[in-house]
Design a protein around this ligand. Structure first.
Ligand code: SF4
Length: 450
């Protein structure tokens, strides 16, 4: 299909918050009258929505851009547009390393992408567009409605705020996405209603720090009130909370996690480390003791809670003993789903100035040991589930003819956690009770019982 405006393909990189940006940009592109095509090898324009958080994510972005510029050189794609976080903080790098890019659109200018595309395809003739960047836009609260969703129909990400007010020393996000801005609750509810009407039975609540919600507007944390309202919406069956900050978890929120059936007993709460001196160097505002007290409280008040967390290994000055403390903490089994990042030395982050940087080989070895211990714990946890019943949501078709349905349990978020292979065929979004018959390590084989 052709229109005068031409076809646009879109590549989305990075985290779920970037994915929401991609979905809103795609929605605007389609509304404007461009043809959205999955075939980026022959589109008139390809937009890459980049992630600029870590060196590895910037490299991934540059790799994609490099491949697209090659296709452009061969005349296969006409124009390449780069959008997103990397443009906000690494524009000079992009201009130097990818000079063939036709336009750069910062994450904070994303609502202007369609203007840029129109400029590139005006009256059928492609014209060069200058990069745009508007630091004042870092105060904007975007409307995330009218998206063209890239997630499967049965789940969607629901963003409740923009930006971040914390000052974690390893993080550049506040400089990219600006200060914390809560979305108005009515706006969040309108977005949630739209997503539910579009078939999303599971809404995954995201923000830079979801637990800070309300602090900027009401001078108090009101996440529990917001989630209680979202849980009443027809069509919303699972509500999953991501990105809690350990100093911001309130008793009201814990009460809701324990008592609201639609709010899954699942909490993603990045802890980053457990050793107090490391946490202090990270400027997290937490200590080992405060973290242990919080986990104890969560565990005692929310039976069956799945706690997910992420950690950084090899932070500047991390001694052997501090790393062993982290490993021993992991082995306590208090964290059900863990992830770890090797420390990435970002020149724009405060931690870049810290002494005690570790050799890459040491960081890599610590990361390897963490992930190995984590895998063993996860495998043991999954094995212990054999014979029990779990609640799962069907996701689509699997490759296994004996277990043809791919599914996911309440304890697992999409993309980052474990999966389920289910006997029988079930439509995506179907929620059912299943008996675990075998563990494959990361994934479970299940038979449905209802
Ligand atoms: S909470 Fe810390 S790590 Fe997360 S976005 Fe804010 S500053 Fe970065």
């Amino acid at each position: 299909m052709k229109t005068a405006l031409g076809s646009v393909a879109f590549i989305s990189l990075g985290c779920p918050k970037n994915l929401i940006d991609s979905e809103t940009m795609l929605g605007a592109i389609a509304t404007e009258g461009f043809v959205v095509t999955p075939d980026y090898q022959s589109a008139d324009v390809v937009v890459v929505n980049t992630c600029g958080f870590l060196a590895a994510s910037r490299q991934e972005s540059l790799d994609y851009i490099g491949k697209l510029l090659e296709l452009k050189g061969k005349g296969r794609v006409k124009r390449v547009v780069v959008a997103g976080c990397m443009v906000a903080n690494y524009r000079e790098m992009l201009e130097q390393e990818a000079p063939g890019v036709d336009a750069l659109v910062s994450v904070n200018d994303r609502s202007r992408l369609t203007d840029v595309l129109r400029g590139l395809t005006k009256t059928g003739e492609l014209t060069r567009t200058v990069a745009i960047s508007d630091p004042d836009a870092r105060g904007t609260v975007y409307d995330d409605r009218a998206r063209l969703r890239m997630t499967p129909r049965h789940y969607a990400y629901l963003r409740i705020s923009e930006g971040c007010d914390h000052k974690c020393s390893f993080c550049t996000i506040p400089s990219i996405r600006g200060r914390f801005r809560s979305k108005n609750p009515e706006q969040v509810l309108a977005e949630a209603r739209e997503l539910a009407a579009d078939g999303a039975r599971e809404l995954i609540v995201v923000a830079q720090d979801s637990t800070y919600y309300g602090q900027d507007t009401d001078r108090r944390k009101t996440l529990h009130e917001l989630l209680a309202r979202v849980a009443t919406l027809p069509g919303v069956d699972w509500l999953r909370l991501m990105y809690a900050y350990p100093t911001q978890v309130t008793d009201d929120l814990i009460g809701l996690l324990a008592n609201e059936p639609k709010l899954l007993g699942y909490l993603d709460m990045p802890l980053q480390h457990i050793s107090t001196p490391v946490l202090q160097r990270m400027k997290r505002g937490t200590t080992r003791d405060s973290t242990m007290r919080l986990i104890e409280k969560l565990r005692s008040r929310v039976p069956g809670l799945t706690l997910r967390s992420t950690f950084i290994v090899g932070f500047p000055g991390e001694t052997d003993a501090e790393f062993e403390e982290l490993l021993e903490f992991l082995k306590l089994g208090l964290i059900d789903r863990a992830g770890a990042f090797p420390y990435s030395d970002e020149d724009r982050a405060e931690s870049y100035m810290l002494d005690g940087k570790l050799p890459e080989a040491v960081i890599a070895e610590r990361h390897r040991r963490f992930m190995e211990a984590n895998r063993e714990l996860l495998f043991a946890r999954n094995k212990a589930l054999v014979g029990t019943r779990i609640t799962v949501m069907a996701e689509g078709e699997s490759q296994d003819p004996k277990y043809p349905t791919q599914a996911r349990s309440k304890a697992d978020a999409p993309e980052i956690d474990c999966g389920v292979l289910l006997k029988g065929r079930h439509a995506p979004g179907t929620i059912l009770s299943a008996k675990v018959v075998r563990s494959l390590g990361f994934d479970l084989l299940c038979e449905s019982t209802s």
